[in-house]
Design a protein around this ligand. Structure first.
Ligand code: HEC
Length: 484
């Protein structure tokens, strides 16, 4: 019988068999026939764009992981190798690094669209909540990925980040050593961040995306702002083909922008982390800068409010939005409170970012140090790759213990937010005098004494008594006296 069948018929027989075994046709039509009230729109691209960029991150990440070794003596060398020696290595790394920024931007756009369109309304509480958890996990990916190159920028920004976690009362110290794998940052920190970055967090993100999409399908597309989110009445259009095409065009646009940036402005790598460098000014990735600036306003005595209470209230209010806002009204101009709050938060974040930028560009000390750091990075990028040459891992690690007192002191200075008033590196600010000349004026014992019980003038300026064990206090004083 089969000898009589034409090749075309045979092919459809094969496809039919495959469909009977898998149910693929029905699955596809269910996926593609999703009804969109009011029809396809550009405004709806951000969700699928996030999925697209996440997949792009997974693919580029797998390639990077082929070379990467998470240990203090190889991490930086392997990233340098990827950047300078592997063919298309720098390109892939740049697409991955810029991709993380793209992901944060798309996330903000997705939240903005959902918020302004009131698409969280109408039995979509769990959809919103799963989105909130995804938001946190994406930020975790950015945080854990930042350390992996183990260059100066990565090391010091993560030192600050983990110190901030250490500020949380009761569990802070435990969280900090859980993240670091001990008191200091080293190979255990790298392997923990690596495992979180390539296994733990992505697995959670995969599962949550599945849940998020499932809940989205269950509730149905909310449609335009004029649509009733519970009982849509507008004429619907299937997801395929027009929305698929719009989503596809946007995905192409994103990957083109990333490729363009990766090609013309490759992501840089700085010199290997040197924990004993006490002058390095850590600066986080741009999307963390407003938070970094915000934290500077909380002296250590109030850090509980700054690090736990305020973020807790904001996060809780954000997550409970669909429970708080029960009206079915979706038009933004009829929701002045919601939209006003949103605009306020965005302006505040921009404002904080701007102040941070101003601070960095108005203080000559910062300008000089930041320029020197950029120059070191540029020089390092110019240098050809040398396999584990002298001056890398082994020597730095051997040198570190000598200065670990200094490094510990610096960490305490940062954790206690002394820099909030005295400036990063003790260069002084409007709120506190510079400390770069303090060693000439005060002995070690005097410094320990005034830090334990500040003079009335210092108290008036906002300084609080430090309650630290003697060895920590001594390390802090060693650091303060080393400031030049
Ligand atoms: C809220 C702002 C603020 C914070 C935070 C702060 N200081 Fe001060 N500090 C001041 C002010 C203001 C003075 C100057 C008082 C005066 O005029 O004598 C001062 C004075 C000092 C002095 C004496 C300087 C001298 O020339 O004699 C030292 C040392 C010092 N601070 C160290 C620290 C350390 C270390 C920390 C972190 C644990 C810290 N400060 C945190 C505001 C602050």
């Amino acid at each position: 019988m089969s000898t009589l069948e034409s090749p075309k018929k045979q092919k459809s027989l094969l496809l039919n068999w495959f469909d009977r075994r898998t149910g693929l046709n029905q699955l596809l039509s269910e996926a593609l026939d999703e009804p969109i009230p009011g029809g396809a729109r550009f405004a709806y691209v951000f969700g699928s764009a996030l999925l697209f960029i996440f997949i792009s991150q997974v693919i580029t990440g797998v390639f990077l992981a082929l070379y990467y070794v998470p240990s203090t003596d190889h991490a930086h060398t392997t990233v340098e190798y990827i950047t300078k020696a592997v063919s298309a290595g720098s390109f892939l790394r740049s697409v991955h690094a810029y991709g993380s920024s793209a992901m944060v931007i798309l996330l903000l756009l997705h939240v903005t669209q959902t918020f302004l369109y009131g698409s969280y309304k109408g039995r979509r509480e769990l959809l919103w909540l799963s989105g909130c958890v995804l938001f946190v996990f994406v930020l975790c990916m950015a945080f854990t990925g930042y350390l992996l190159p183990w260059d100066q920028k990565a090391y010091f920004a993560t030192a600050v980040g983990t110190n901030i976690a250490g500020e949380i009362p009761i569990i802070g110290g435990w969280m900090k050593s859980l993240m670091r794998g001990g008191a200091d940052m080293g190979t255990l920190t790298l392997s923990r961040f690596f495992v979180a970055h390539v296994l733990g967090v992505p697995a959670a993100i995969f599962a949550l995306i599945a849940l998020h999409v499932y809940l989205f399908r269950k509730a149905g597309s909310a449609g335009p702002i004029s649509e009733d989110p519970l009982h849509p009445v507008q004429r619907t259009e299937a997801f395929y083909p027009r929305q698929v095409i719009v989503d596809g065009i946007f995905a192409l646009l994103i990957i083109s922008v990333l490729a363009f940036m990766a090609h013309f402005n490759p992501f840089t790598l700085g010199p290997q982390a040197n924990p004993a460098d006490t002058h390095y000014l850590p600066r986080p990735e741009w999307y963390y800068i407003p938070i970094f600036q915000y934290l500077k306003y909380w002296p250590s005595s109030l850090s509980f409010i700054g690090v736990v209470v305020v973020p807790g209230i904001v996060g809780f209010a954000f997550a409970s939005l669909p429970f708080l806002d029960r009206r079915m009204e979706r038009r933004p101009w009829k929701r002045p409170l919601a939209v006003g709050t949103y605009v306020f938060v965005f302006l505040a974040l921009f404002g904080l970012g701007y102040i941070s930028y101003q601070n960095d560009h108005s203080d000559p000390g910062y300008v000089q140090q930041l320029a020197a750091q950029d120059k070191e990075t540029a020089e390092f990028m110019q240098r050809p790759f040398q396999a584990e040459a002298s001056g890398t891992a082994a020597t730095v690690m051997a040198a570190a213990p000598v200065d670990s007192n200094l490094a510990q002191g610096k960490a305490i200075f940062e954790a206690q937010a002394c820099g909030a008033c005295h400036g990063d590196g003790g260069t002084g600010s409007a709120a506190g005098p510079k400390l770069t000349d303090v060693s000439a004026r005060r002995t070690e014992d005097q410094l320990i004494a005034i830090l334990k019980s500040p003079s009335p003038k210092m108290t008036a300026g906002g300084m609080t008594a430090l309650d630290l064990p003697p060895d920590k206090l001594a390390a802090l004083v060693t650091y303060v006296r080393s400031l030049k």
